[in-house]
Ligand binder design. Structure first.
Ligand SMILES: N[C@@H](CCC(=O)N[C@@H](CS)C(=O)NCC(=O)O)C(=O)O
Length: 195
């Protein structure tokens, strides 16, 4: 059994969405991540993440962390939402994962805190061009097929629309991906309801 360590309305919400899209059999362990939100908050001992963050997954006692690695692992384990090994589009999939994690997310976090440095501003402008170019061809980031990359990038836009500039292509994309049944199922599980 696969366990997702999850806190509502966080980066693990997109893993719920992914697991629902994949039709995976999984268990949710709700954990608290209050330690950086509430001064003096205590790390949740139930959370196996070395930094007490979410998301994390555990499979047969082995813990895996970092959103893009979870995406890679899950889309390899349950096929259908990403090109598999040997597929020529696999390189593009891996590139999107790397660009998101290595450049876009850090730059967006920096943008949230204040003005970007010239290097960050250049990287941001280039990624904006790339993302818009891909969406212009669309309808999804990798073309005709909805993939896990759409969950990664789409969830960023859902939570923080101003992460990307005010172009209609982003709003149209957001509208396109936000009515999926798997997302509705994930949102129904996002917060713990049984105490
Ligand atoms: N690079 C990590 C970032 C994980 C992360 O920052 N998670 C936040 C929730 S959105 C968290 O757990 N924060 C609590 C903390 O840092 O104490 C990933 O994408 O998995």
């Amino acid at each position: 059994m696969l366990t997702l360590y999850h806190a509502p309305q966080s980066r693990s919400t997109r893993m719920l969405w992914l697991l629902e899209e994949l039709g995976a059999d999984y268990h949710i362990e709700y954990v608290d991540i209050v330690r950086t939100v509430v001064p003096g908050g205590a790390p949740d001992p139930r959370n196996p993440h070395p930094l007490k963050q979410v998301p994390a997954i555990a499979v047969d006692g082995v813990v895996l962390v970092e959103s893009i690695m979870l995406m890679l692992y899950l889309t390899d384990r349950y096929e259908g939402l990403a090109p598999t090994v040997g597929d020529p589009k696999r390189a593009e999939y891996l590139s999107w994962l790397g660009l998101y994690n290595g450049i876009l997310e850090p730059v967006v976090q920096a943008k949230f805190k204040g003005p970007l440095s010239p290097v960050q501003a250049d990287a941001y402008a280039e990624l904006d061009r790339r993302w818009r170019g891909a969406l212009g061809e669309g309808p999804y980031l990798m073309g005709e097929q909805f993939t896990a990359i759409d969950i990664l990038f789409g969830s960023l836009l859902q939570w923080y629309r101003t992460a990307m500039p005010d172009y209609p292509v982003y709003d149209e994309y957001l509208e396109r991906i936000s009515h999926r049944p798997a997302l509705a199922k994930a949102m129904a599980k996002d917060a713990k309801t049984d105490g």
